[in-house]
Write a protein that binds this ligand. Sequence first.
Ligand code: SF4
Length: 313
Amino acid sequence: MKRVLLASPRGYCAGVERAVETVKRALALYGAPVYVRKQIVHNAHVVRELEADGAVFVDSVGEVPEGAHVVFSAHGVSPAVREAADARRLETIDATCPLVTKVHAQARRYAERGYRVVLIGHAGHEEVEGTTGEAPEAIVLVESVEEAERIELSAGRLAYITQTTLSVDETHEIIAVLRRRFPHIEGPAREDICYATSNRQWAVKELVGAVDVLLVVGSRNSSNSLRLVEVARAAGVASYLVDDASEIDERWLAAAEVVGVTSGASAPERLVRGVCEWFRARGVRDVAEYASTFEDVVFRLPVELRRAERSAA
Ligand code: SF4
């Protein structure tokens, strides 16, 4: 190995920054424990660190003691979860990414106007569960081009929306099939794949021509990290997902001269630095940024947290 090239942009997006900061600030304001429904973001390191600071991660609001503070994760929740939290008189702090909230609003708007809504996304992902919960009777999930080819939909108003962390290319293919089969289908002006997901996939596409192998730092349940692996593989470049440097297998790199490194939107930059150190420890001196695209998206913290901080000040 002679060289390591770092994709840019990579790592934390504005929604993840906001969600992680929300839990930290809630812990500072209220003290431990602060409950968090589901993983605040899909990264094992982030979750472990927040646990060490006093966050308690639960699968359902039913596990949170009545009246306690609970943070909803960046992936969003369905109205049923909000109702269950209200029934337990929980103090909720909503760290749902604003770009996910936008998709929820689209789902509601279409459903209220009598549309059948095709949600392009992955079954079982928390974001998809939350969005589907906005209008379960109106929404039908499509996961692949094959499903788009097979799906039968009755005549009438029809629209599509998408999960925020999908493959840009595959989503375009799915939308093209839906538009061919159902020419009257409506959709957002741009699909709902978020800026961070698109930018990280774009950066990998730029990088793969210059590397022999691509390492993606991210957890296995991180949808946008998995998509980065797929983008590289689709371009014929071997790619592996690692939670951190300890998971790198030297055999993957045996024939590689140039190794690319990127990270998913929920992976902290210090894990990428750990990967760079791993290479330096093996004699690689040339570790460089490949290209750089500036991202300046910032989301304000949840309003309920800002208000509580103001009152406490
Ligand atoms: S990946 Fe996109 S939708 Fe998800 S939290 Fe980040 S900015 Fe929001």
